[in-house]
Design a protein around this ligand. Structure first.
Ligand code: AMP
Ligand code: MG
Length: 502
């Protein structure tokens, strides 16, 4: 690499001190490939998450310097560690791809967060790698700001997710279908980038699955390290099934549609990852698909729990030889755990819905939720507005919910629900306040995201920054934010599509 440190004529730039470690590359080299980012002609920090930087003991000011932007774009290698591209396989729309991997991404290194937990700092859009499969290795500013916004919104909604540290523009034009766009790199933070697809890659290489599983257990489920080998990997599977069941229940409860639930986009940690064509529901409809590439509706809103079960089955298959050397015994054991997935999911979803509806867990009856779903579907009611409107109904203001579902249709359901609420508490207004603490007033609504990204692409970041402020305080209703709570105009939603991989 550059010999600048040996050349007195070229001063060594003062790189920010990251304090990177590289335990994955050191302990599981079989899933990493030493690699460096592409040159960026003019890296500049477009947006930086100061709070997240500080929580990683990084100095925001030094990240904003040309050297900081250089490192965050992948253009300047960080001092302490060798950067790597990660290898993985994956089932994409159900079809197995034996080699995917970081085709436009780079793992810069590992840091500690403010709770002492190890996290990855990873770049997306940092240039082609041996995994690029003909792709250009680049990303553009609109798509990276989109991931930044939606991942930070998810975090604010208390949903496990990768976080966004920065978007750095590269100073380069990147060719895309609609014409050239400004290149950009997203710097993101994750509790790791281990995916079901990483295990699918490792399972096809002698000995690698066990090394990877031991690493993943120690990093994500350290309480299992001491387990005897004969139940450690089964317990690991169970822990991932549980974490992912809880995650997808959270997605369903806020109306999040991931859009590309391929196995390479399903984490071992239970964090949401890879925000491509994702979007939030407006009108409640299980068949909702936003992604332009999801022709069959495989990843429709209402299919997400089932698809996750399918992905977990693929994950379980990679652990077969670790769980037991006798295949039938291993299959029986893993299947028994996989069979608990449905109940785990239903339990988490019911608990989330109980909170959303102001009900105690034991006052939750599944028919109440099913009937609400039916009402909302019949009347194309907005999922997010529904729960804030129900809280208003408890406060004696029936207008907002009546505007979503006509009173003639909702009377019976409202009566059943209010009776269920009264089992828990006589004081409806305090229940309404509890509901408002879990039901967002603001989500990244598609028309607002679109407008903010279009403006940002034209060079005006202000609408984006305002929207980011709103969606990262999703529960605090403010009078001057009322436009942000409104659903999209009907003519916008009807044809709305999201595009991925850009
Ligand atoms: P995703 O749809 O973002 O989960 O990506 C699926 C696979 O395609 C991953 O292996 C990515 O690294 C790869 N990929 C996506 N976009 C590009 C690109 N522009 N250049 C190279 N590889 C890409
Ligand atoms: Mg991906």
């Amino acid at each position: 690499m550059s010999g600048s440190s040996n050349d007195p004529a070229v001063p060594t730039p003062s790189l920010p001190a990251f304090g990177f470690e590289s335990t994955l590359a050191d302990e599981v080299p079989g899933v990493t490939l030493p690699w460096q980012g592409a040159h960026a002609p003019d890296p500049r920090v477009l947006i930086l998450n100061d709070g997240l930087a500080r929580s990683l003991a990084l100095d925001p000011a030094s990240l904003r310097t040309p050297e900081g932007a250089g490192v965050l774009s992948g253009s300047i290698p960080p001092a302490e560690t060798a950067t790597v591209a990660m290898a993985y396989a994956g089932h994409q729309f159900g079809n197995f791809q034996p080699l995917l991997g970081d085709g436009r991404a780079l793992l810069l290194g590992e840091l500690r967060d403010d709770r002492g937990s190890r996290v990855d700092l990873h770049l997306k859009g940092s240039g082609a790698t041996p995994f690029s499969r003909g792709g250009d290795g680049r990303a553009v500013v609109g798509a990276m700001l989109r991931e930044y916004l939606i991942s930070e919104a998810m975090h604010a909604l208390n949903i496990p997710t990768t976080r966004s540290l920065a978007v750095v523009t590269t100073g380069e034009q990147v060719l895309r279908e609609g014409g050239p766009q400004l290149g950009a790199v997203l710097a993101r933070v994750a509790s790791s980038h281990l995916r079901v697809g990483t295990f699918e890659f490792a399972a096809r290489r002698e000995g690698l699955a066990q090394t990877l599983a031991d690493y993943a257990v120690a990093r994500h489920y350290p309480e299992l390290v001491e387990r005897a080998p004969e139940d450690r990997y089964l317990a690991f599977f169970e822990a991932v099934v549980e974490a992912q069941a809880a995650l997808v229940a959270q997605w369903m409860s806020v109306g999040f549609v991931h859009g590309v639930m391929n196995t390479d986009n399903t984490t071992i940690s239970g964090e949401t990852i890879d925000y491509g064509p994702c979007a939030f529901l407006d009108a409640y409809d299980p068949a909702t698909v936003f992604s332009s590439i999801d022709h069959g509706g495989r990843y429709a809103y209402g299919n997400q729990p089932a698809v996750l079960g399918w992905n977990l089955a693929r994950f379980g298959e990679t652990l077969l030889p670790l769980v037991n050397s006798t295949p039938d015994t291993a299959i029986t054991a893993l299947t028994a755990v996989l069979d608990t997935y449905g109940d785990r999911y239903r339990h988490h979803y019911a608990a989330a819905m109980a909170l959303k509806l102001g009900l105690a867990d034991d006052a939750m009856d599944a028919a109440l939720v099913d009937d609400l779903h039916r009402l909302l579907t019949d009347h194309r009611a907005d999922w997010t507005l529904t729960f804030r409107a129900l809280a208003e109904n408890l406060r004696g203001n029936s207008e907002p919910f009546d505007a979503l579902v006509p009173p003639d249709a909702s009377r019976n359901w409202l009566e059943r629900w209010r009776t269920a609420v009264s089992v828990r508490a006589q004081d409806f207004s305090s229940v309404a306040d509890d509901m408002d603490r879990v039901n967002p007033a603001y989500i990244p609504r598609n028309h607002l995201v679109d407008a903010a990204l279009n403006a940002a692409t034209e060079g005006d970041l202000e609408p984006f920054e305002r929207l980011l402020d709103v969606v990262t305080s999703p529960f605090d209703r403010r009078d001057n934010w009322s436009d942000y709570a409104l659903p999209a105009p009907e003519n916008f939603s009807a044809g709305f599509q999201t595009f991925c991989g850009t």
